[in-house]
Design a protein around this ligand. Structure first.
Ligand code: UD1
Ligand code: UDP
Length: 370
């Protein structure tokens, strides 16, 4: 029997977390021959996920450069993925989400006339600048894809409304991030005592890395963090700082040395899950965190003005607060002071899937090529 040659491409931390369960599932299937191609758009943060899930890439393009820009990254990915596709001659390339790795490796596959499957298809804000450049990256991937693995009904509607005509190519699978989260919590119970968190204080977890928040918005977020620990003496803020110099420099300038604010290196995924689980409240502009936190029953104040993940918003587990200092303070204050309001948001629900998205994706691919 001829096997379905499948290349799974990813390059950043969130893509690796969300593609790891897909790789593990595809490798179990006798009908599929799986190749893992990493661009290494991220280096250290990617490697820590590869280690956790024990994935050894077949091809590692090792592209990350310090403070890289989108133009060079784009041209590097386009040219180097072509070489790998030429060598493997795959039946299908799977990409994930909305990064430059996703959009350009999909475009590259399209130029080589290879079928494309989009994992986490159909997310939209319908505003080309928010998030930047992710909204357009998603549109690029969706416009060249042949199979769409949508996390929710809403993402299916987005695809149909944006003119994808072949409904038989669109599937609701759930988000593979829930597969990764449940796998990690089950298999990698992580001890985070080394972080030295004070057991008598409430933990507020902060993450921020989006390009739209560089500069003033991130400064405002940092100022809000300083004010939160000033007002609430029973709160400790933990901020695993993204290594992007645009983030790191601002975080260090405003927050280094402030009492009850811990600036730490990015955490490996297992301890990060443990830290999310332990937190009273999360302040974040991350996409993945908005999907994971509802499954852990932890409220998230989203440090963005728009989100492509409205399901958590509608179910009341997340709230958009943007980057305005006063707005962040007000909403964080409500959750830290008002038990009733807190309980309303601290719901344990799974709007993004049941942990079986990867198995559904593997089944769909096999059926498609049968
Ligand atoms: C990228 C994605 C974004 C995603 C984010 C997740 C694009 C355009 N952006 O943004 O969609 O939300 O990843 O984190 O695809 N760096 C390191 N080590 C690492 C990772 C990054 O030092 O392991 C530093 C490097 O200096 C690098 C910089 O961060 O040049 C920026 O990385 P890049 O992937 O271009 O942008 P992100 O902001 O991480
Ligand atoms: N994450 C992690 N360590 C950290 C911060 C985040 O493992 O220190 C995980 C988080 O649980 C989520 C993913 O990284 O699964 C999100 O990555 P990021 O916020 O960088 O990107 P986004 O989801 O916004 O694209």
């Amino acid at each position: 029997m001829k096997k379905i040659k499948t290349v799974v491409v990813f390059g950043t931390r969130p893509e690796a977390i969300k593609m790891a369960p897909v790789v593990m599932e595809l490798k179990k299937r006798k009908e599929i021959e799986t190749y893992v191609l990493v661009t290494a758009q991220h280096r250290q943060m990617l490697d820590s996920v590869l280690d956790l899930f024990n994935i050894k890439p077949d091809y590692d393009l090792n592209l990350m450069k310090e403070n890289q820009d989108l133009w060079h990254l784009t041209s590097d990915i386009l040219l180097s993925t072509k070489k790998v596709y030429d060598e493997i001659n795959p039946d299908i390339v799977l990409v994930h989400g909305d990064t430059t790795t996703a959009s350009i490796s999909a475009l590259s596959a399209f130029y080589s006339k290879i079928k494309i499957g989009h994992v986490e298809a159909g997310l939209r804000t319908f505003d080309k600048n928010y998030p930047f450049p992710e909204e357009i990256n998603r549109v690029i991937v969706d416009s060249v894809s042949d199979l769409y693995f949508c996390p929710t009904k809403g993402s299916i509607d987005n695809l149909i409304n944006s003119g994808i005509k072949n409904k038989n190519s669109i599937f609701e699978t759930g988000n593979t991030v829930i597969d990764a989260l449940l796998y990690t919590i089950k298999n990698n119970l992580s001890d985070i005592s080394y972080l030295g968190l004070n057991p008598n204080l409430k933990t507020v977890l902060l993450t921020s890395h989006r390009r739209e928040n560089f500069g003033k918005p991130l400064e405002n977020i940092c100022k809000a963090a300083v004010e939160i620990v000033k007002r609430y003496k029973d709160v400790e803020i933990v901020y695993p700082v993204h290594p992007n110099p645009n983030v790191k420099n601002t975080a260090e300038k405003f927050l280094k040395g402030i009492e009850r604010i811990k600036l730490i290196e990015p955490l490996d995924y297992a301890p990060f899950c443990a830290l999310m689980k332990k937190s009273t409240l999360i302040l974040s502009d991350s996409g993945g965190v908005q999907e994971e936190a509802p499954s852990l029953g932890v409220p998230v104040l989203v440090l963005r003005d728009e989100t492509e993940r409205p399901e958590a918003l509608y179910s009341g587990c997340t709230k958009l607060v943007g980057s305005d200092k006063e707005k962040i303070l007000k909403e964080a204050g409500i959750l830290l002071e008002d038990k009733e309001e807190y309980q309303k948001m601290a719901k344990n629900i799974n709007p993004y899937g049941d942990g079986h998205a990867s198995a559904k994706i593997a089944d769909i691919i096999i059926k498609h090529f049968a």
